[in-house]
Design a protein around this ligand. Structure first.
Ligand SMILES: [Zn+2]
Length: 258
């Protein structure tokens, strides 16, 4: 089996499907991960924004990926691919769509995992654009050739994978050292346990990572249920504003890479 994760930022896996990812690596599946951006704004310090934090975040991502399993030569089993869009400014256009589509066709995965941009618990613009891109991209393939598409960040989950090792998430997350502190790592495990415990309303006796498995039926992304509408409204109005993304990419000398 070949799996492709498409994430907006380094560390998105750690917060959404770390256990699933670990199980896939352990099964010997080939796991690819496309990172759409390199977290160029992943710091509160203006003097680190841009090239400097990008270098740090790329190194931290490699260390985090190693937690899921390493090859004999010490490299992570997960194959990381840096797409080259800019954090907070991920473009949703034809050029990006076609380049991503070509990458997906080359990798030819059986399963794609990425963010849900429709029933989404996280409508950060980069997540939203990544979710739209992968949804439209898989939809544009011939139905018989479409990989299974599983979406995380979804509040309308219908597909669950049991969590075998809840600690893997924090083990990997702690490698993103510029983003966390040991004290946060300590409180993260009980917080995640609580989250997964609450989700047992849907998953019964097990704790599980939840996804929305899409079937590309008409209207599957239309939010009709009133509760879902309220949830969507809350998440849609609570996401990152533009404040975090100053100075501008141009001021930092950043341009999308190819
Ligand atoms: Zn993210």
């Amino acid at each position: 089996m070949r799996v492709l994760l498409v994430n907006a930022h380094p560390d998105d896996v750690e917060f959404t499907c770390a256990s699933t990812c670990k199980q896939m690596v352990d099964l010997g599946w080939e796991v690819y991960e496309i990172l759409m951006t390199s977290d160029e704004y992943g710091t509160v310090r203006d003097d680190f924004k841009g090239e400097r934090i990008r270098r740090i975040r790329k190194n931290e991502m490699v260390e985090a990926a190693k937690v899921y399993g390493i090859n004999e030569d010490g490299t992570p089993k997960i194959k990381l691919i840096w797409f080259g869009e800019i954090d907070g400014h991920l473009r949703f256009n034809r050029e990006v769509f076609l380049r991503l589509k070509n990458m997906v066709i080359d990798i030819n995965p059986d399963i794609i995992i990425g963010p849900d941009s429709f029933y989404s618990m996280d409508l950060h613009p980069d997540h939203k654009h990544t979710g739209w891109l992968i949804y439209l991209l898989v939809q544009s393939l011939e139905p018989k050739k479409r990989p299974t598409l599983l979406l995380y960040h979804s509040f309308n989950t219908n597909f669950y994978i049991e969590i075998k090792n809840i600690k893997i998430q924090v083990e990997a997350w702690s490698k993103h050292r510029s983003q966390t502190r040991p004290i946060f790592n300590k409180i993260l495990v009980p917080l995640r346990r609580l989250f997964y415990f609450l989700r047992r309303i849907k998953t019964g006796p097990i704790i599980a990572e939840g996804f929305r498995k899409v079937d590309f039926s008409r209207e599957e992304n239309l939010i009709k249920n009133t509760l879902h509408k309220i949830v969507y409204y809350i998440f849609a109005t609570e996401m990152d504003g533009p404040d975090r993304y100053h100075p501008t990419p141009e001021e930092l000398g950043l341009f999308p890479q190819k």
